[in-house]
Write a protein that binds this ligand. Structure first.
Ligand SMILES: NC(=O)c1ccc[n+]([C@@H]2O[C@H](COP(=O)([O-])OP(=O)(O)OC[C@H]3O[C@@H](n4cnc5c(N)ncnc54)[C@H](O)[C@@H]3O)[C@@H](O)[C@H]2O)c1
Length: 317
């Protein structure tokens, strides 16, 4: 099976590439990695790496001509940048997605498409726990672009042009590497930076609750969706992935319990109303019965997320 990951140089894409190389998607024999900069190839499967801008004229057609059986569409401008750069957000998150779906349609091969959507498709006011049939009311350009792409993918699937599933990912934490332009970036920074002795700012009140999943569990969810028989997942064109609800204060308490009071003391608390407005416009917890019934994985709690990160990236305290 030919698998393509678009956005493969990103945090989730790079991890997904490695998991697929390790056998996470049964039957994957060829892997094509695509991003603006050529992603690092993986071993164990036949792997090719392409530097390409999905939004550039002709790129989507070139990728579709490779006739992938399964496409993970992870390429995106993240929330903070999409809010600050209106035109860029729509060009990448909506127009390039439409170009991809249209090119795959024209290829006539009906590939499986897994699209990384987001809980940002929702907007306030929220109930304490958001039900699966809650209406879409995005409160950011990013959320609006994700919602529109979900609808496009569902309609292209309904018409039989391709076989798509949109997965609304929780906020992924703890994200390794450098800070990015996501409004949620501090949800990783307030753990990642103190674990290596650096300061980090928490721009929202401690009682702010968030819905998160670890990178490994998120990528396992993407792979699980692809591995499910189509007839099992086809009735669910959009799924909320499983996450855990945790407050920022609980995250910091876990940091202190696992890494000590010195690490916790490295976190400052300068409010940032712009970030707080975006993050507090996202729901805190969801019903995810359908994802659970379909066997999607979930983290055991925030301490296990912190330990997962430490085992992979940070020096033990
Ligand atoms: N990380 C999270 O918390 C989170 C939560 C919900 C949804 N998502 C979604 O999951 C996907 C992956 O997230 P991530 O955290 O790995 O993001 P990331 O920013 O690390 O990776 C996205 C990748 O897309 C690439 N890209 C952007 N525009 C492109 C274009 N025009 N052509 C080709 N490549 C392009 C970027 O170069 C980048 O490598 C994104 O669609 C994101 O919106 C992420």
């Amino acid at each position: 099976m030919r698998v393509m990951i678009i956005g493969a140089a990103g945090m989730l894409g790079a991890k997904l590439s490695k998991q697929i190389a390790a056998g996470a998607v049964p039957g994957a024999t060829e892997l094509t990695l695509v991003d603006r900069v050529a992603p690092d190839p993986v071993t164990s499967v036949t792997c090719t790496s392409h530097a390409a801008d999905l939004g550039a004229p002709g790129t989507a057609e070139e990728l579709a001509a490779l006739k992938p059986d399964l496409v993970f569409h992870l390429a995106a401008v993240v929330s903070g940048q999409a809010e600050a750069e209106f035109d860029t957000g729509y060009a990448v998150n909506l127009d390039a997605s439409r170009a991809l779906f249209e090119a795959l349609r024209a290829s006539g091969t009906q590939p499986r498409v897994i699209f990384a959507s987001s809980l940002a498709v929702y907007g306030p006011p929220f109930p304490d726990v958001v039900p699966e049939d809650f209406g879409l009311r995005p409160a950011s350009s990013y959320g609006t672009q994700k919602a529109m792409t979900e609808l496009l993918l569902a309609d292209y699937s309904r018409k039989g042009f391709l076989r798509g599933t949109s997965l609304r990912l929780p906020t992924v934490s703890i994200r390794p590497g450098l800070p990015n332009a996501a409004a949620s970036g501090f949800l990783s920074g307030i753990l990642r930076e103190p674990l290596v002795g650096q300061t980090a700012n928490c721009p929202v009140p401690d009682d702010t609750k968030v819905w998160i999943a670890s990178p490994d569990i998120t990528v396992a969810g993407l792979a699980h969706a692809a591995a499910l028989p189509w007839e099992h997942i086809a009735p669910h064109p959009v799924l909320n992935l499983r996450g855990i609800c945790v407050s920022v204060g609980e995250m910091l308490a876990t940091l202190e319990a696992e890494a000590g009071a010195d690490a916790r003391a490295l976190v400052t608390h300068d409010p940032d109303p712009a970030i707080a407005r975006i993050v507090q416009s996202w729901p805190e917890a969801f019903v995810t019965d359908t994802a659970e019934a379909l066997g999607f994985p979930v983290n055991g709690g925030f301490a296990s997320i912190l330990r997962e990160y430490q085992a992979e990236f940070a020096a033990a305290p």
